[in-house]
Design a protein. Sequence first.
Length: 523
Amino acid sequence: MALQNNNPTKTAAWQKLTNHYPKVKDLHLKTLFNNNENRKEEFTINFNDFEFDYSKNRITKETIDTLVELANEVDLKGAMDAYFTGEKINVTENRAVFHTALRSQSNEDLFVDGENITPEIKGALAKIESFTNKVVSGDWKGYTNKSITDVVNIGIGGSDLGPDMVVESLKYYNNHLNVHFVSNIDGDHVQEVIKTLNPETTLFVIVSKTFTTQETLTNATTIKKWFLQNASNEDVAKHFVAVSTNLDSVRNFGIAADNIFPMWDWVGGRFSLWSAVGLSISLAVGYNNFKDLLVGAFDMDEHFKNTPFEKNAPVILSLIGIWYTNFFEAESEAILPYSQYLSKLAPYLQQAIMESNGKSVDRNGDRVDYQTGNIIWGAPGSNSQHAFMQLLHQGTKLIPADFIGFKESLYGDQDHHNKLMANFYAQTQALAEGKTKEEAHLDLKTQGKIDAIESLLPYKVFEGNKPSTSILIDKLTPKSLGSLISFYEHKIFVQGIIWNIYSYDQFGVELGKELANKFLKKQ
Ligand code: F6P
């Protein structure tokens, strides 16, 4: 069944939201909390070890009900059915969008174009598992019969950002292998990575869905040349593997047939870390942890698929995002994980979200007359508090923020963790409540700054009413990380459906590539 094709602004629910907005826009979060002592419980969704607390958003029950009406009116349910059954909802590329199949733990077979894809997925997982075990155990030997110590992932965009982010996020679970990432076509980047490496003990994983990407092919060629300074062509098979859909080009590059891991055109690059594109993840943390990552993602898929919209975390938080973008005219969203491990989450989500929903043409081929995809940015707290949080607290822009925190730290240093989480809670409260003139006045008085009260007072006031969502998770594990990533993937899907755009192509990046080739020919 094709996706419905509706200008969302012409729906009855949008009209209701337009009428509702003036009633809500000036309501202060402080008042909303004062008027309802159960607000936190009423606006929280618990799922496994996740708590999605969206109570500090500028919404009322009526807002949520009307946003859910919008979701129903654009047939989100029908779109979800198409998404989870491998229909070709990536219409402009005539492809299914089936990354959820890669992590399915169900016994049901899954089909694309009438072909059962389950055996291929299982086969690829088995290959990842056996290869990982050989490399991690030291049984896989390099050309001088030494075991592998270092792995270099050569890829860019979706063939880099996802694996890099997960390897960084799961550093605590890392085995003895050092995993490096080369992405930029900047030759200095390549040299900085290889200068410390021993070719005898390094494994190179070339990841490119198309195997045509200039950056990846240039970097792989440079690295292969460097490798061949000491080794021979026959040795390449012990040190180079590839992940791609383009088998001919991979073979032409000189990769042995056994060293090729599959990719499929029904998986978008930016959603591919669950496939063999995640091979470097499996190598870094071992196959069982990689498997847990998939299980966590599957759990979130099931929650998304089977939970009524009112209690469905990806749906509700997507709808709240629409509310800010299209009614409050917010232009960006901040991702603020209170964990240094998640320092690469925002850059990863920048590609996932902005490459997907940075679109201005709707599913009719017409230019949209409303806002779509947001600007995504962010960095871990508490660092961000000493960098850009000033603008969120007292600047002129409305920037809804996702705070992501963990109840437990991994090394168990309670003192540090208490301080980290005190900052997490303090930020969301400060953003929501702010500080009134009276409170600021009292502070200055208490500090003995009586003479300065009049001149300083305006600067010491915080308006508050700045929205945030708190995603509180028990602990950073492969499983919880899988659920978190899957949550954001579904958010992309829901928002794309409502905005009536095609989220799964990325034609916008092509023009720059074409022009770069023209410039290169002129040089
Ligand atoms: O930047 C455009 C893009 O096509 C991304 O969507 C993709 O993740 C990246 O390039 C890399 O592509 P490939 O895996 O084919 O090398």
